[in-house]
Design a binder for this molecule. Structure first.
Ligand code: AMP
Length: 432
């Protein structure tokens, strides 16, 4: 699938090419034709799926292909509502980026800043407004903004907008819009409230779902290994080798950490590469291709770098470090285990990360099973020497450890055996 097969204009394709995107993400390939056809859309898609381009590109194309008669004052034709200022700024930036070869004006409108520059901007005439609900209504009240000519409305991260208590503002805004318009609703989750909002808003919508839904998250087999910080790498190498994991996406918190871990795994004989924001687009594309083609076994990534990458349905995702934001945990593990397929998400959690784990479990409303690797030997040198010869992982079965457990290592269990990799003891481990 290529961007050009989606029916986008030359100007938009040019802008997309400038970004270095080679192919559309799943949400883009599904959403763009629907929006271009003028249909309403209900999309389950989280941040990181490429959803912003998924609605921005066809929105721009709609404006481009349906020019208005030149008039005295140009009306605002497209409105994107977002829950936060940051997201509003980000979306507006995307509009600029993808619309750079078109002549549309965009205003970004949010509270907490002086309203006057926004008023000036609106007065000069804008085609697209990206806004948070509260400040948008301030403008309407001050009659500095007229929403009666909106052709396309986008509600981005609708679930967060409801969580933040914007439902009344949203309803007020909807009442100001013309009846005839196109509506796009993006939400990571679909609670009863979102469904209600969608039912009242969308007309005969096309529904697409590229995000891990709540139920999918439950389907993913999740485990927490409690481990000393200094033993994480050995445990990871051990899990990869003994489980014969072939395609593993590993998340670290920092770019530096991603590089270091990738190099260490490489030294351990595990083909690995890192992907993060400091790498050139070329290097990132290469790393991703190597990973997809199984030339590289482990891809170590930061959250930011992993966003928008067309990699999902992986068998194994590892949180080498827990993310600071609990929602990122859901994004990360959503890379594995789609409905029906098996996926496994493993988190290596050290003492200082316990608070983060608690926050994640609160968000998930479940306790993630604790696991212990049976037969893991914590002595790094002995372990690496024995366990991580390059050929090791090529043996799918019958891997026998001769390690003895070292008392006081923080790990329990007898020497490992097992044709299925480390034996997992579910339930609370007493290993820490
Ligand atoms: P979003 O989910 O819209 O927040 O997008 C996440 C990230 O993916 C952004 O940094 C985009 O620049 C990037 N992105 C969007 N579309 C693509 C694509 N087709 N290929 C690669 N990266 C993309």
């Amino acid at each position: 699938m290529s961007f050009s097969s989606l029916g986008l204009s030359a100007e938009l394709l040019h802008a997309v090419a400038d970004q270095g995107y080679t192919e559309p993400t799943p949400v883009q390939s599904r959403a763009i034709p629907v929006v271009l056809a003028g249909r309403d859309l209900q999309a389950a898609a989280q941040t990181g799926t490429g959803k912003t381009a998924g609605f921005t590109l066809p929105l721009l194309q709609h404006l481009q292909k349906n020019p208005l008669e030149p008039g005295r004052r140009k009306p605002v034709r497209a409105l994107v509502l977002t829950p936060t200022r940051e997201l509003a700024a980000q979306v507006a930036e995307s509009v600029q980026t993808y619309g750079k070869y078109l002549k549309f004006n965009t205003a970004v409108i949010f509270g907490g800043v002086n309203i006057n520059p926004q008023i000036d901007k609106l007065r000069r005439g804008v085609d697209i407004v990206v806004a948070t609900p509260g400040r948008l209504l301030d403008h309407v009240q001050q009659k500095t903004l007229d929403l009666s000519r909106i052709e396309i409305l986008v509600l981005d991260e609708a679930d967060r907008m409801l969580d933040m208590g914007f439902i009344r503002d949203i309803r007020k805004i909807l009442a100001l819009l013309p009846q005839r318009r196109q509506n796009l609703l993006f939400s990571a989750t679909f609670s009863e409230d979102i469904r209600k909002l969608a039912a009242g808003l969308l007309k005969n919508p096309e529904t697409i779902d590229v995000a891990p839904r709540n139920s999918t998250v439950e389907l993913i087999s999740q485990r927490v290994f409690q481990v000393d910080k200094g033993h994480k790498r050995e445990l990871l190498a051990h899990l990869i080798g003994s489980g014969n994991w072939r395609q593993v996406l590993v998340f670290t918190r920092t770019k530096h950490g991603a590089n270091r871990l990738s190099e260490q795994l490489q030294q351990d004989g595990i083909q690995s590469t890192a992907i993060h924001g400091n790498k050139t687009q070329g290097a990132r594309t290469r790393a991703l291709a190597d990973f997809k083609n199984n030339r590289v076994r482990v891809l170590v990534a930061t959250d930011i770098a992993a966003r928008g990458l067309d990699i999902d349905q992986l068998p194994h995702v590892v949180n080498y470090e827990l993310p600071n934001v609990p929602e990122d945990y859901v994004h990360r593990i959503g890379r594995t285990g789609r409905a029906g397929s098996t996926g496994e998400a493993v988190s290596l959690v050290c003492g200082e990360e316990r608070g983060l784990l608690r926050d994640i479990e609160r968000l998930l409303r479940m306790e993630i099973p604790r696991a212990a690797a049976d037969g893991f030997k914590p002595n790094p040198n002995a372990h690496l020497k024995h366990d991580n010869k390059p050929a090791r992982g090529d043996r799918p079965t019958r891997h026998t450890h001769s390690h003895a457990h070292k008392p006081g290592s923080g790990w329990h269990g007898r020497p490992g055996s097992g044709s299925r990799g480390p034996r997992i003891a579910a339930g609370r481990s007493s290993s820490r």
